[in-house]
Design a protein around this ligand. Sequence first.
Ligand SMILES: [Zn+2]
Length: 266
Amino acid sequence: MKLLLVSDLHYALKQFDWTASVAPGFDAVIIAGDHLDIAGQLDGGVQIVVILKYLRRLAALSKVIVSSGNHDLDRRDAGGEKIASWMSKVRQLGIPTDGDSVAFGDTLVTVCPWWDGPTARDSVHELLARDAAKPRKQWIWVYHAPPEGPLSWDGKKHHGDAALNAWIETHRPDIVLTGHIHQAPFKQGGSWCDRMGDTWIFNSGRQIGPTPTHVAIDTRAREAAWFSLAGAELVKLDDALVARTELTGPPAWLGASAEKREAALG
Ligand SMILES: [Zn+2]
């Protein structure tokens, strides 16, 4: 199975365009939160309308999976916690989103919402417990914030979600796809990939320009590759330790969509 992870596009519409241009080369495209830009000039409601249009276009090109991030919260629930209520409109497009799970053969993908308080956090706890009981060979989570560790390092401090560390220890998923800490892959002591026990975790980070930082994963080739303006790296998923090696060109398994990526590598 070939997966593409992007996140934190923050209303960079050119980056949505790029994602659409490579989407047909993947079995699933995962956008792990922060679709909107709350610091942006444009009203949040207007941004939502535009992003929904882009997501609809993307969903016609590949299987798309979308989680919320902290920039996507558009209202408060009855308990006063901020929520991304517009994810229900994402679901109406046929796109699995917060609280959903989707099966690709024997791979199960669980999509977690951003949690702003104890009620939403408990709902994530229940969601993971529910899906832990489902049969699968491989289990993938989509979760905006990375766990505490190199993926949550911004060069000054850690901004990880300790609740996620505990859930990973309990359930031992195969892969967790995150975002949130834009600088982590670029900082000394940070990274785009990490391993906790048997679980691989990825955070592609964020960069300016038309091409988003992104992670491509081939679960059959057992490799994951990260692409950015600062270079590209590869890890082998069967390695017990994280050994990032520099990539000078895209791996063969990227196939037809590799040319665009090669162009992005410069
Ligand atoms: Zn972000």
